[in-house]
Design a protein around this ligand. Structure first.
Ligand code: HEM
Length: 366
């Protein structure tokens, strides 16, 4: 008997591993027509794991205090063997994660998979989206460059426009009147501990919900039939589906390698794409650089604050938009998921994307 079989037998007697494998891998059937967009959740899991590993490696040399932070990042880039590679993978990885998050969210919207019974999966996903953006925002300050300092000053300033509690919120976020040592301390604690722990817990909940309810059947093709009204809990089964392992895992891996290839391409051929010149100078609170812009995924929010005559209106519009997105499954309650049968939703969907892209481009050039 081979040593591997002996090990599996040993574990099977004690843990029932063969049953676990049957229930969760080989005998777990997922929709046959699951397309590329169904792999994005797995892509996100892989990319987040990569961020954890590269983040821990960066922590070995990074110094979280205003006097040393910038120099420690330069040291990682220029002196530590392969330090530049680890840092670029972390920086580019965070941007690719936002792209994958947006695609995951947009595909869930387009296929109506947020609808009953997946409202809670959507809600946990929405929380994950916000936590991920908070991780990006807090990480941006850590290199303590001119870009870090001034982008954080602008971002935390926006909170000041909230009526009544605005000033208090700014003080709380910064740990003082201005961005400084105290801001770096709290952003560091949030970035390396608070937010990743929270994100891990919510990812766990998201996956539990996804697995408990079952993956939705793609609403395309002649054989798709709207499911019968759901009156009590029913796990969505796919008796005609493909096994999760090895068939579906192979699809997931293909998509993961595609995203890793894109990440590697940017790291090796266009590393400066996400690192503008202001990121190469140390923070100086007395010199405001001429063109400070937030990262591309915050440009829409940045520009909305400028479009309206007062920041309060801009903030209210942003808040209303995000709230609408969060509670969408509770408003859009019709059971129809096929895009061709939801013309009003699909029109708003594409117009919404166009509007966001246009406002972001405007923000970039304004
Ligand atoms: C850390 C970020 C996230 C991770 C790791 C993650 C992971 C996953 C995984 C593995 C799946 C199952 C496979 C798939 O459909 O891709 C899934 C499904 C789902 N996710 Fe996410 N997700 C994340 C963020 C989000 C966001 C931002 C939303 C929306 C606001 C969202 C909403 C959903 C919904 C509604 C499903 C069910 C889709 C279906 O059954 O067809 N997720 N997620």
């Amino acid at each position: 008997m081979s040593p591997l079989k002996r090990l599996v037998d040993y574990l099977d007697v004690r843990l029932g591993v063969r049953e676990l494998v049957r229930q969760n891998l080989t005998g777990y059937l997922v929709p046959r027509r699951a397309n590329f967009f169904y792999t994005l959740g797995a892509v996100l899991l892989a990319l987040f794991s990569l961020q954890v590993v590269t983040g821990i490696l960066l922590l070995i040399y990074y110094r979280p205090d205003a006097a040393n932070a910038f120099a420690s990042v330069q040291y990682i880039m220029n002196e530590v063997p392969y330090g530049w590679l680890i840092r670029y993978v972390h920086v580019v990885g965070s941007n690719i994660i936002v792209i994958a998050l947006l695609l995951h969210m947009l595909s869930v919207l387009f296929m109506g998979s947020y609808k009953k019974p997946r409202e809670l999966t959507w809600l946990t996903g929405f929380i994950l989206f916000n936590l991920s953006l908070a991780l990006c925002l807090t990480g941006y300050l850590l290199p303590w460059s001119q870009l870090s300092f001034w982008a954080t000053t602008v971002a935390t300033d926006a909170a000041g426009a909230v009526p009544v509690v605005g000033e208090m919120a700014v003080q709380f976020l910064r740990g003082g009147a201005m961005v400084g040592e105290a801001t770096l301390g709290r952003f560091f604690a949030l970035h390396v501990m608070g937010l990743p722990l929270l994100l891990g817990a919510v990812i766990g909940l998201h996956l539990f919900l996804m697995r408990r309810v079952g993956i939705s059947r793609p609403p395309f093709g002649p054989e798709y039939e709207p499911p019968a009204p759901l009156l009590s809990f029913r796990h969505e089964e796919h008796p005609d589906g493909i096994p999760f392992f090895p068939h579906y895992v192979a699809k997931d891996l293909a998509a993961i390698f595609f995203f890793l290839a894109a990440l590697a391409w940017v790291v090796f051929y266009a590393p400066a794409l996400f690192i503008p010149p202001a990121a190469l100078e140390p923070a100086d609170p007395f010199v405001t650089p001429p063109h400070i812009k937030p990262e591309w995924y915050f440009l829409w929010a940045y520009q909305t604050l400028k479009i309206f005559p007062s920041k309060v209106i801009g903030l209210a519009v942003q808040g209303a938009f995000m709230t609408l997105l969060a509670v969408l499954p509770f408003l859009d309650i019709g059971p129809e998921r096929r895009p061709a049968h939801r013309p009003l939703f699909v029109t708003c969907y594409f117009l919404g994307i166009l509007l966001m892209v246009a406002i972001s481009i405007w923000g970039h050039y304004s």
